[in-house]
Ligand binder design. Structure first.
Ligand code: MN
Length: 468
């Protein structure tokens, strides 16, 4: 418990700084993934409540370019708040001539003075599993409100799910996230239950729910309605009842069981591990204040909508949704999510057709360059989804065109000892690009004509590190 007390100390300090400068000008910076966008929404609310004039901007990574931009902007603000990023750039941030708050849960670099850094890792709390930046933003708001503010629990949960922190038993949230869920349950605004986890299965016909499910990605079903229909028919499950489309709730116990095991079998057949395949069944989080027929009622679906709008570059829509706007905004986001799904489905089609995969000794490369349906923000998501296609414990690389050359996203399987971020950083550097990341995930951007050199470098770096 002493750990939690330390985290609450630093939260109090951050709250003090925000309170003291009430009515000032704030520059808020976040990442464009679901957690970043949810954390930004919470923080926007918190700052607006204290009369701040706020300038919000989304950045992809803290690259030298974005850092220079922030450095230029920051001095004209009373306060600079970074959410879901910043702990890796403390040294730079400490040199900025304004008050800086960081709400981050990534592995931090060395500590500096001058920055109020709220990062659970500093207090032996596992920020990769137990709390996201949305959870931290919620805790900051709660600290400022003297323990109140349970209204923001849904966004905190949405952010944690967006970052796949549902790593507890049966894909429940754990640690501080679990505590936050409990507060929401007690206030009657959220419910946790164990069920088949299809996209929006509470609000949508079963057939649509299957087609819309992207986590896990269901090969030949996600984004492909006619083969999804054939899949249901092959199981003897009727998708309609007279005129009406059936929902998951309409299925009897037998049909549910049949569907669950067929889906697991499908995923295993596509190369997913047992653990990944079983993602299809587990804890779901219901946001009780959203209407019964709303896709936002399922917190995972909410997260996927935020994620899709971020990856498609529609940050304004995502934030409007986070701040509570519905109606037209929700309609537009649903449309954007459809476009995102079809990009994923097209990419998977390319992979299934088999011409885009290349096997190196240490990597499996999925080469999706020159595909005009793709944008560079999608590559990270694709790399996670395509990881099962990596042979053995090879590194999975996805290559897409980007405005600055070729962008590569890398993922590794559990069990591989390669440090992905390090490999990407070293290999990119040697060909005049830049790269980095975490233990399991990383990325790089390199000059367009340097892919071959980069790939050779990747093998060299992995071999030199002594990893098998
Ligand atoms: Mn995050």
């Amino acid at each position: 418990m002493s750990d939690a007390r330390d985290l609450s100390d630093v939260l109090s300090k951050a709250a003090e700084v925000v309170e003291e400068r009430s009515g000032g000008r704030a520059l808020l910076v976040s990442h464009y993934d679901a957690d970043g966008l949810a954390a930004a929404s919470i923080t926007l609310k918190t700052l607006a409540k204290r009369g701040y004039a706020i300038h919000y901007t989304v950045v992809e990574q803290l690259t030298s370019g974005t850092i220079a931009r922030i450095k230029k902007l920051a001095p004209s603000y009373t306060i600079l708040v970074l959410v879901d990023m910043g702990s890796g750039a403390l040294e730079f941030l400490s040199k900025i001539n304004t008050c800086v708050i960081v709400l981050d849960h990534h592995l931090p670099g060395s500590r500096t003075a001058n920055v109020v850094e709220v990062n659970p890792h500093r207090f032996n709390i596992d920020g990769s599993k137990e709390i996201s930046s949305s959870g931290l933003a919620y805790l900051l708001s709660k600290t400022l409100e003297g323990g109140k503010g349970v209204d923001l629990v849904p966004l905190a949960v949405v952010g944690a799910l967006g970052d796949r922190q549902d790593v507890g038993e049966r894909f429940r949230l754990t640690g501080l996230n679990r505590q936050i869920v409990r507060e929401g349950v007690e206030a009657g605004i959220i419910e946790e239950k164990i069920d088949l986890r299809l996209f929006g299965c509470g609000s949508r016909p079963l057939l649509k729910a299957l087609v819309y499910t992207t986590d896990p990605f269901l090969p030949s079903i996600t984004g492909e309605e006619s083969s999804a229909l054939a899949f249901l028919k092959s199981l003897g499950i009727e998708p309609t009842l007279g005129e009406r489309m059936r929902t998951l709730n309409d299925l009897n116990r037998d049909e549910r069981k049949k569907l669950a095991s067929a889906l697991v079998k499908l995923l295993l057949g596509a190369g997913y591990s047992v653990n990944e395949a079983e993602r299809i069944y587990g804890a779901t989080y219901i946001l009780l204040r959203e209407p019964l027929d709303s896709p936002l009622r399922d917190a995972r679906e909410f997260a996927q909508l935020l994620n899709a709008s971020g990856r498609m570059g529609c940050y304004d829509l995502a934030i409007a949704l986070g701040l509570g706007t519905r109606g037209e905004v929700l309609l537009k986001i649903t449309e954007v999510a459809g476009q995102y799904r079809s990009i994923l489905a097209k990419s998977f089609q390319c992979v299934r057709e088999g011409k885009v995969i290349r096997e190196g000794r240490k990597y499996t490369l999925v080469d999706l360059r020159k595909r005009d349906f793709l944008n560079e923000r999608v590559s990270g998501a694709l790399a996670s989804l395509l990881l099962p296609y990596a042979k053995g414990d090879k590194l999975l690389l996805v290559a897409v065109d980007s405005s600055e050359g070729v962008k590569l996203s890398a993922r590794k399987r559990n069990g591989s000892r390669v440090l992905v971020g390090e490999v990407m950083a070293k290999a990119a550097q040697s060909v005049g690009g830049s790269g980095g990341g975490h233990e399991n995930a990383g990325g790089a951007t390199i000059p367009s004509d340097k892919l071959e050199d980069f790939l050779k470098e990747v093998e060299k770096v992995i071999e030199a590190s002594g990893s098998p």
